[in-house]
Write a new protein. Structure first.
Length: 183
C-alpha cells in the first residue's frame, strides 16, 4: 500500500516537470530577452554569442530535465538533477534580488512579468522544497510504465513545452507590435 508521502512525492515530481517544461519552452521563444537576464550574471566582457549560448543551454536543460523526469518517474538520479536545477533557481533569485532588485527575471520568458524580489525568492524556495519532497522513495508499482506510456508522456512533455513556446512567442510578438506603434 502506498503512503500519502509517496503520492505527494509523485505530485511534486509531476508539477516540477511541467514547470520546467513550460519555463524552458517560454525561454526559448524569448531567447534574446532571457539572454539579457543571463548577461546580468556573466562578466561584462562576455560576448553576445556566449550569453545566448548560456541562455539556450539553460532553457534546453529545463526542457530535457522536465521531459525525462515526467517520462521516467522511477529514475532517482533525475530527482537529484531537478533538485540541482531548482537550487540553482533559488540561488539566482537570491543573487538577483540582492544585486538587481526590481529587474525582470525572465523566468518564463515573455510569459513572466515578474522581477527579482522577495516574492521571487519565496517561489524559488517553494519549488526547491517540492524538489526535495520529490526525492522521497516511491514504490516501483506506483510508477511502472511501458514503452507506450513513456512515449505518451514524452509527447505530452513536448506539447507542454510547445504550448509555452507558442504563448510566449505570441506575447512577445504582441509586445513588439505595441512598442512599434508607440514609437
Amino acid at each position: 500500500m502506498a503512503t500519502p508521502m509517496a503520492y505527494l512525492a509523485l505530485a511534486c515530481k509531476a508539477a516540477l516537470a511541467v514547470v520546467l517544461l513550460a519555463a524552458g519552452g517560454a525561454k526559448l521563444a524569448d531567447l534574446p530577452g532571457f539572454a539579457a537576464t543571463v548577461r546580468l550574471f556573466l562578466r561584462a566582457s562576455a560576448p553576445p554569442l556566449a550569453r545566448r549560448a548560456v541562455a539556450f543551454s539553460i532553457a534546453a536543460a529545463e526542457i530535457a530535465a522536465g521531459a525525462a523526469s515526467l517520462s521516467s518517474p522511477g529514475a532517482g538520479w533525475l530527482n537529484l538533477a531537478v533538485l540541482a536545477l531548482c537550487a540553482g533557481f533559488l540561488l539566482v533569485s537570491a543573487l538577483g534580488y540582492l544585486r538587481f532588485p526590481g529587474r525582470a527575471c525572465q523566468c518564463f520568458g515573455a510569459l513572466s512579468g515578474r522581477s527579482f524580489s522577495v516574492a521571487a525568492i519565496g517561489r524559488a524556495a517553494l519549488i526547491t522544497t517540492m524538489a526535495v519532497l520529490a526525492l522521497t522513495p516511491v514504490s516501483a508499482s506506483l510508477i511502472s510504465l511501458g514503452a507506450a506510456g513513456r512515449l505518451g508522456l514524452l509527447a505530452g512533455a513536448g506539447l507542454i513545452a510547445w504550448c509555452a513556446w507558442t504563448a510566449a512567442a505570441a506575447i512577445g510578438t504582441g509586445r513588439d507590435a505595441r512598442q512599434g506603434l508607440a514609437s
